[in-house]
Design a protein around this ligand. Structure first.
Ligand SMILES: Cc1ncc(COP(=O)(O)O)c(C=O)c1O
Ligand SMILES: C[C@@H](O)[C@H](N)C(=O)O
Length: 358
C-alpha cells in the first residue's frame, strides 16, 4: 500500500495550506457582482500595486484571464492576434479566442527558448493598405514563463523590444503570465519591471503561488472596466468570492519566497535524471520549475510504462508523448521527495550511466 504521494504532474495540483484554509474560513465577504467583495478588492488592489498597473480583476482561471484580455484588446470584428504556435492560448484553450471571441490567430514560430523572433513578429503584422481583405492586427501575446518549451524565461530586454514593436504599430501587448513570478524570481528582477511594457497581464494564483483557485488580470483602469463586464458575460462574475481571494492573499504573502527553492529542487532533479540510464534532459534549458524528460530508444521502459511504474511508488508525472515525460515542481514537494523521485527513476530504469556515456 503506497502511502507517500509525490505529485509532479503540474504546479496546479497543490492543496490549500492550513493558513489558506484559516483565511478562507475567516474571510470578510460580500456580493462581488453587486459591488466589491472586500477581500477581492484587497487582493485586486494588492496585485495592481505589485504589478505596477492601474487596476486588477480576479477571474476563475488562467484560461478565462487570457480570453478576457484578448477579447478586450480585440473588440472589433476582423481583429487578429499574433501569438506563439506553441503557446498555451493557441493550444490549450480550446481556440476560445476564435470560437467565442471571433478573433483570428496569426501564429509565429516559438523558438526553443519560448521567444518569437522579433522580425517574424513584425513581418506578421498586417499592412493597413490591405485592410479591405486582411484581418487587422491589434494584439501581440507573449507567454512568460513559456510552458511548452519547459518553463523558459523571457527576459526584460526581449519583452521591452516586443513592447516597442507593439507601440510602433499601434498594437497592444498581452502577457500570459501564468508563471510570471517564476520568471521574475529566475531573473532576479521585480515582476513589475518584467511586465512594464505590457498593456495587460494574466497572472495565475493557482500555479507556482499555490492558491487553490484563480487568476488576476492587470492593466489600465479602462481595460479592467471592460474586462469586468466581459467576465460577467462569460459567467465569471462570482458572489462571495472573498473566500477564494483570501487564500490567494496568503499565497502571495507566503509562496513567492518559495519559488527560488522550487527552482533549485528542479535543477537538482534535472541534473540527476540526466544521468539515469535511458533518459535525456537538456539541463541547461531548465530555468524554473519544469523538466521535460526524453526517454531514449534503448531505455528499459517507454514513457507509458515508466509513468505507471512511478505511480506504484506514489510518484505522479505528466506523460507528454510516447517518449516524453514532464515534471513540474512546486512548494509541496520537499527536497527529500525530489531525492526519492530520482531514486525511483534510477530503480525503474536500471541505474546511472557514465557522465558522458549513452
Ligand atoms: C502558460 C499557461 N497559461 C494559462 C494556463 C491556464 O490556466 P488555467 O488552467 O487556470 O485555465 C495554464 C495552465 O496551467 C498555463 O500553463
Ligand atoms: C497543461 C496545462 O494546461 C496546464 N496549464 C499545466 O501546465 O499543467
Amino acid at each position: 500500500m503506497v502511502t507517500r504521494r509525490v505529485d509532479l504532474r503540474s504546479d496546479t495540483v497543490t492543496k490549500p495550506t492550513e493558513t489558506m484554509r484559516a483565511a478562507m474560513a475567516a474571510a470578510e465577504v460580500d456580493d462581488d457582482v453587486l459591488g466589491n467583495d472586500p477581500t477581492a478588492f484587497r487582493l485586486e488592489s494588492e496585485m495592481a500595486k505589485i504589478m505596477e498597473k492601474e487596476a486588477a480583476l480576479f477571474v476563475p482561471s488562467g484560461t478565462m484571464g487570457n480570453l478576457i484580455s484578448v477579447l478586450v484588446h480585440c473588440d472589433i470584428r476582423g481583429s487578429e492576434v499574433i501569438l506563439g504556435h506553441n503557446s498555451h492560448i493557441h493550444i490549450y484553450e480550446n481556440g476560445g479566442i476564435s470560437t467565442i471571441g471571433g478573433v483570428h490567430p496569426r501564429t509565429v514560430k516559438n523558438n526553443a527558448d519560448g521567444t518569437m523572433d522579433i522580425d517574424s513578429i513584425e513581418a506578421s503584422i498586417r499592412d493597413p493598405k490591405g485592410e479591405l481583405v486582411y484581418p487587422t492586427t491589434r494584439l501581440i501575446c507573449l507567454e512568460n514563463t513559456h510552458g511548452n518549451t519547459g518553463g523558459r524565461v523571457l527576459s526584460v530586454e526581449y519583452t521591452d523590444r516586443v513592447g516597442e514593436v507593439a507601440k510602433k504599430y499601434g498594437l497592444k501587448l498581452h502577457i500570459d503570465g501564468a508563471r510570471i513570478f517564476n520568471a521574475a524570481v529566475a531573473l532576479g528582477v521585480p515582476v513589475s519591471r518584467l511586465v512594464q511594457a505590457a498593456d495587460s497581464v494574466s497572472v495565475c494564483l493557482s500555479k507556482g503561488l499555490g492558491a487553490p483557485v484563480g487568476t488576476i488580470i492587470v492593466g489600465s483602469q479602462s481595460f479592467i472596466n471592460k474586462a469586468r463586464r466581459l467576465r460577467k458575460t462569460l459567467g465569471g462574475g462570482m458572489r462571495q468570492v472573498g473566500v477564494l481571494c483570501a487564500a490567494a492573499l496568503v499565497a502571495i504573502q507566503e509562496n513567492v519566497a518559495k519559488l527560488e527553492s522550487d527552482h533549485k529542487k528542479t535543477k537538482f532533479l534535472a541534473d540527476g535524471l540526466n544521468k539515469v540510464e535511458g533518459l535525456e534532459v537538456d539541463v541547461d534549458s531548465v530555468e524554473t520549475n519544469m523538466i521535460f524528460i526524453d526517454i531514449l530508444e534503448h531505455a528499459k521502459l517507454n514513457a507509458e510504462k515508466l509513468r505507471k511504474k512511478l505511480e506504484e511508488h506514489g510518484i505522479f508525472v505528466m506523460q507528454e508523448s510516447s517518449s516524453r515525460i514532464r515534471i513540474v515542481m512546486h512548494h509541496q514537494i520537499s527536497f527529500k521527495d525530489a531525492q526519492f523521485t530520482l531514486s525511483c527513476f534510477q530503480q525503474a530504469l536500471g541505474g546511472v550511466h557514465e557522465e558522458n556515456g549513452n
